[in-house]
Design a protein around this ligand. Sequence first.
Ligand SMILES: Cc1ncc(COP(=O)(O)O)c(C=O)c1O
Length: 438
Amino acid sequence: MTPALTQFGDRMSHLTGVRAIMKDIIETLNASKASNSDQEFINLSAGNPVILPEVEQLWRDCTADLLTSSEYGEVVCRYGASQGYEPFIEAIRDDFNQRYGLALTTRNILVTPGSQNLYFLAANALGGYSTAGQLKDIVLPLSPDYTGYGGVTLYPEAVKAYRPSIELGSDPHSFKYRPDFDQLEIDENTGFVLFSRPCNPTGNVISGAEVQGIVDLAAPHNVPVFIDSAYAPPFPALNFTEMTPVFGPNIVHCISLSKAGLPGERVGIAIGDEKIIQILEAFQTNLCIHSSRYGQAIAARAIRSGALADISLNVIRPHYQSKFAVLEEALTQAMPNAVPWRLHRGEGAIFAWLWFEDLPMSDWDFYNELKSYGVIIVPGSPFFPGLKNSLKGEDWPHMRQCFRISLTASDEQIVTAINHLATLTNRVYSAQPALATV
Ligand SMILES: Cc1ncc(COP(=O)(O)O)c(C=O)c1O
């Protein structure tokens, strides 16, 4: 049966961005298994965090504690407040007040079933058509950014991303994106601003001054700025460069516990102005009543004891930071020096971002070619949601020249994969010698 869909149904029943590629990747891996082929793929596409033994043990211990406590029935056998499980909200409030000198009350905090869900609430409460029929933009100030932002709104025309300025490194193979304040427009047509810091897919951490610049542009227009802190300190603390979270009256600080080892429990947290929190909370009540309380109950224990912040700093961060170093070294050793490849500065998150200037084929074709070497990386083009809406018809080939590489594989797999990548890079550029200049 093929039911007739509404506009919303049509929009939400399609996979967007990287989820569409993931389907292709899963089919490739399944086809290889089904054909009993000798080819073992090295999969550098995963967004799923590695299960680190110390992290798994922490959640096991917290679960054991919950199971034996009198709180258990209250957590799993009863409905609770839409805002979230009270002991968890209090643990977040106390931790952030103490750590960052804030004066949060429990009314400043909302717990959602994962942070993707939080962006869905924000995108459809604050972006899209106003009651007066005016289109309110969801502004992504620096593109590329998290591909999931493209799928959260019922009105794709509302997502408006901006091209960054590109800062080349002092060596020929590094670069960094920066927000381009000459282009960025935040005004009365803006519903809210959204960006990730550290950034998925690039590992970029925009500076505190750049964050403040964006926040100051938004404040006079009463525009909230949602800072997606899925990789930020204090948990999972996946920043490899110094960074302090920025708070302010028009900032909604958004946290996820997924990269701190709890992706299956779906815990997202919004910290912000009480009025915004109330709007999102009411939306959530209509949508799903409230988040699951089990993940919140175990996380409350790990946050109160300080164990989560500690393990983030001493286990999770060093694990991925050392993977980035392995990847960077493998690229330096294997990649042809004469080809204009550049690695984004590795400042955080669990990915690396590669740019091939003047790539003589599309990112999709390169991705498919690399599959024949048994290596899977992610083509970069789905990480530019909403950029077309601000390019005004102009083409930006850069969108088809980048790749995301996950840092979740073993060191050996990373090195082997980069050797294959280097072979393909040589082949592709030497077929087009005119373009092979740095
Ligand atoms: C930058 C960023 N934001 C949000 C999410 C969504 O995370 P979750 O819904 O698991 O909290 C992800 C997931 O990978 C992400 O990378």
